[in-house]
Write a protein that binds this ligand. Structure first.
Ligand code: ADP
Ligand code: ASP
Ligand code: MG
Length: 819
């Protein structure tokens, strides 16, 4: 004998019921088949009852629609010759149902007893229609009236089973009927006065377990719409996978903590009889599914599953008057129990002056009432504070038998949550160590489930969600590189880089649930589907999407964009900036960003601020982290100035060379930022800061070479002024050439204890200098340190260009994933 249960979606319509029949008919053993109401019917019946109670006549429409749904199913399933008795059964049931609802309408009252009566029609109808269908296929099937066999107390809506009587009724009934297949409605039962009761929402699973246990079935099969109990709710975690094998206790914990695939009370009866229980997929019957039994040896994963309960309120009872006085918690829990309030989780701080419990939000108001009245006197005496109630929370739980023999699980759990900026409000670990639960804000729950799933199950890959502002030249190259590398990163670094948002100065576009941004045609998508760019909205969206491992990538040179880092870092969103503005802002701001990043476990990276893709800042960081001390940095850091001085030989005007540099894309829109030295000052400032020095732009000496007049007026005026001062530039060149020197714009940072200084300026570079052979857009940085005192550590190579800059940004993005 085995027991099969088919849930609401398995019997949602005629097409699905055909699949159910095929499964039933492929089984040769004696079987009891338990079915739920057609998908959605229980909810609709509750709605009809509630509308009637509110004297809203539209309950009739709801009933009409339901009647049609059942008639349609019967017509589609049964050959015309077999239809009439089934159709009239349906009509008769709906007449009765309508009469009940009419009474509710007139009385304006829907008692729990009447509600149970109303919702029992769902399972009655589905089970009768399916029985008729099987009979029409010449299957010898007997319909069982679960109301007569499963006896309960009179706790309507959530009745408790009288197992002794129930087991006896089931066994004698089945024994008396010589049939191979029995079909029974789930969910419904009756009390000692034969009033219809129900077993709680989702209770058909429980019905099936009750039959299985009474009959000592060889197995119970719960057929649903997913291929087993999964490592997390598949609607939230796309990478959730079916659990092959799970113990009764684990299944109980998981279902109790929200994995609605199995109704929690279901496990107890099958566990007592040691009946192996399968969770299988009606729509993929060949998938292995999950087996729940007493053998808890599932290989590999230490954590078996993750689940969550929503709509949780956190109640905190606090007060100095509680310390050392026994009995406070007893009174608290008694008050809650007397009010029938179920406590989901409890924690008490070791200082004993606060107890925190989690309850369902629907109980929160009542809880406040009863607790405040219980402690009325203490509250009046200010020994205890009025109960604090915070709603909008959720509980997330890790479940696994093997967790107790593995130290460090909770460490990993809270580390992963913390790294994603998820604040943990309360923690509880069951003494069985089979469950670690945390209360967190509801807004974070989806992210939290994914974060933990990634931390405990996805050795396969980690997902980075990146939002790029500035998809112009460099940003565009970056998208191209990401597209090209995606497969490699997934295969070699277990990293999935997902571009979840892009924006330029005009438009912005976000990936939506079902739709990722297509990196092959992001330009078209941005143009066609993008909405107008609004920076605040872009930032709000990043925060509101609340994706795990989120990164803002700033590929602009925009001041306003640089201002949003603070807000994002404090939401644990990492920032990768190509934009130099933030790192070269006043020191307090720079250090504020660094400490925010630290506080919220995010990263603030800006390698491309100096030398584009060259590993300049990374090298400097490595030197410092390994205990070296930088004594001097000398560098040529401007691709623009190199280009200009490599091409200027006093034979054609300096202005013309600058123009060429601008035309070829080597300069800022206003070339004076480069030629005046500001850009280089920012870079040496950033290097000095990364070397540990507290430095401001004003502290850097700029030995500029542009005549003063060049800084006046527009860019056009600048070109004119340069022409006017051509002699000045010629002189600079000739003086250097006379000494066989080249001109280079050099930045220096001296870090001697007695003299700390930074300067930038034009220098004569002799042929034996490291700086002499510097061509094209090359940059060079010399690090003199305690470990490299005479011969410096040199970083040299192309220090400008969209491709190398993009690859530097990309490397920073990957750094975020690797921490
Ligand atoms: P049925 O109607 O068959 O009783 P339910 O809707 O009650 O089905 O339960 C199945 C659903 O449970 C799945 O479709 C899935 O969305 C949800 N679910 C939540 N957590 C889990 C989990 N850990 N494993 C599998 N399914 C889960
Ligand atoms: N039909 C009932 C419900 O929706 C019972 C079940 O489906 O398990 O809650
Ligand atoms: Mg269910």
């Amino acid at each position: 004998m085995k027991v099969l249960k088919f849930g609401g979606s398995s019997v949602a319509n005629a097409e699905n019921i055909q699949k159910v029949a095929a499964i039933v008919m492929s089984n040769n053993e004696q079987q009891v088949v338990v079915v739920s109401a057609l998908g959605g019917v229980t909810d609709a019946l509750i709605k009809a009852g509630t509308l009637a109670e509110q004297t809203d006549e539209s309950y009739k429409d709801v009933l009409k629609e339901l009647e049609k749904k059942h008639l349609d199913a019967a017509r589609a399933l049964l050959p015309v010759t077999h239809q009439s008795s089934c159709l009239s059964m349906i009509k008769q049931q709906f007449n009765e149902l309508e009469e009940i609802c009419n009474s509710v309408f007139y009385l304006k009252e829907l008692s729990l007893r009447t509600k149970d009566r109303i919702i029992s029609f769902g399972e009655l109808l589905s089970s009768k229609i399916i029985t008729a269908f099987l009979q029409s296929k010449h299957v010898d099937v007997e319909w069982l009236d679960s109301r007569k066999l499963i006896k309960t107390n009179s706790h309507f809506g959530f009745a408790a089973v009288n197992f002794e009587l129930t087991n006896q009724l089931i066994t004698t009934t089945i024994q008396a009927l010589d049939k191979n297949i029995f079909l029974a409605p789930g969910f419904i039962s009756s009390d000692s006065n034969n009033n219809t009761t129900t077993l709680g929402r989702g209770g058909s699973d429980y019905t099936a377990a009750i039959y299985a246990s009474a009959l000592n079935a060889a197995s119970l099969e719960i057929w649903t719409d997913v291929s087993g109990m999964m490592t997390a709710d598949p609607r939230w975690v796309p990478n959730a996978k079916p659990i092959e094998r799970i113990s009764y206790q684990e299944a109980m914990e998981l279902s109790h903590f929200g994995a609605k695939v199995v109704y929690p009370p279901t496990i107890q009866p099958v566990r007592q009889k040691n009946i192996p229980t399968w969770v299988k997929n009606t729509f993929a019957p060949n998938d292995a599914g999950t087996v729940i039994d007493s053998v808890a040896t599932h290989d590999g994963d230490i954590v078996t599953g993750i689940s969550s309960i929503n709509a949780i309120a956190v109640l905190s009872l606090e007060g100095s008057g509680m310390i050392g006085i026994p009995g406070f918690s007893k009174r608290l829990f008694e008050a809650l129990a007397n009010a029938n309030i179920n406590v989901v989780l409890i924690t008490q701080s070791s200082s004993e002056h606060s107890i925190c419990v989690a309850v369902n939000t629907s109980d929160a108001i009542k809880a406040k009432e009863v607790v405040d009245s219980t402690f009325e006197i203490e509250i009046a005496q200010a020994k205890v504070e009025p109960l604090k109630v915070e709603t909008e929370h959720s509980v997330i739980a890790l479940v696994g038998d093997k967790m107790k023999s593995h130290p460090g699980i909770s460490g990993r759990m809270f580390d992963a949550l913390g790294r994603n900026g998820i604040n943990v409000r309360a923690i509880a670990q069951g003494s069985s160590e089979r469950n670690i639960s945390a209360v967190i804000a509801h807004a974070d729950i989806k992210k939290a489930v994914n974060v933990l799933h990634e931390a405990f199950f996805e050795n396969v890959y980690k997902q980075l969600n990146i939002f790029i502002i500035g998809v112009g030249n460099v940003g565009g190259k970056l998208l191209g590189q990401i597209l090209q590398q995606q497969t490699f990163l997934q295969e070699h670094l277990n990293l999935q880089v997902r571009v979840t948002g892009i924006a330029n100065s005009r438009k912005m576009l976000f990936a939506d649930n079902g739709h990722d941004i297509d990196l092959k045609q992001w330009k078209e998508e941005l143009n066609e589907q993008g909405e107008p760019m609004q920076l605040t909205k872009f930032v709000d969206t990043i925060i509101q999407k609340n994706f795990r491992n989120s990164v803002l990538v700033d590929v602009t040179a925009n001041e306003d964009v640089a201002k949003v880092y603070e807000q994002l870092l404090s939401k644990a969103v990492s920032v990768v900036a190509c934009n130099k503005i933030a790192a070269s802002a006043p020191y307090t701001h720079y250090s504020e960003l660094k400490s925010l990043a630290k506080e919220y476990n995010a990263l603030f990276l800006f390698e491309t601020n100096v030398g584009a893709g060259l590993p300049v800042i990374g090298t400097l960081n490595d030197l410092r982290r390994s205990g070296d001390v930088v004594t001097k940095i000398q560098a040529v850091l401007s691709g623009t100035l190199n280009f200009v001085f490599n091409n200027y030989d006093a034979t054609r005007p300096f202005a013309e060379v600058v123009k060429q540099a601008q035309d070829e894309g080597y300069t800022e829109p206003d070339p004076r930022l480069d030629l005046g030295g500001t850009d280089v000052m920012r870079k040496i400032l950033i290097l000095a800061r990364e070397a540990g020095e507290i430095l401001e732009m004003e502290d850097i000496t700029n030995n500029g070479f542009l005549p003063k007049e060049c800084f006046e007026g527009s860019v056009d005026d600048f070109y004119k002024a340069m022409l006017k001062h051509e002699d000045h530039f010629k002189k600079l060149y000739n003086e250097a050439a006379a000494k066989n020197c080249k001109l280079k714009f050099v930045a220096e940072f001296m870090n001697a204890p007695e003299s700390k200084s930074a300067n930038v300026g034009l220098k004569h570079i002799p042929a034996d200098s490291d700086f002499y052979h510097l061509y094209g857009k090359d940059n060079i940085v010399l690090f003199y340190t305690q470990r490299y005192p005479e011969q410096p550590l040199v970083v040299k190579g192309a220090g400008a260009g969209a491709d190398v800059t993009a690859s530097g940004v990309f490397a920073d993005i990957i750094r975020v994933a690797r921490v």
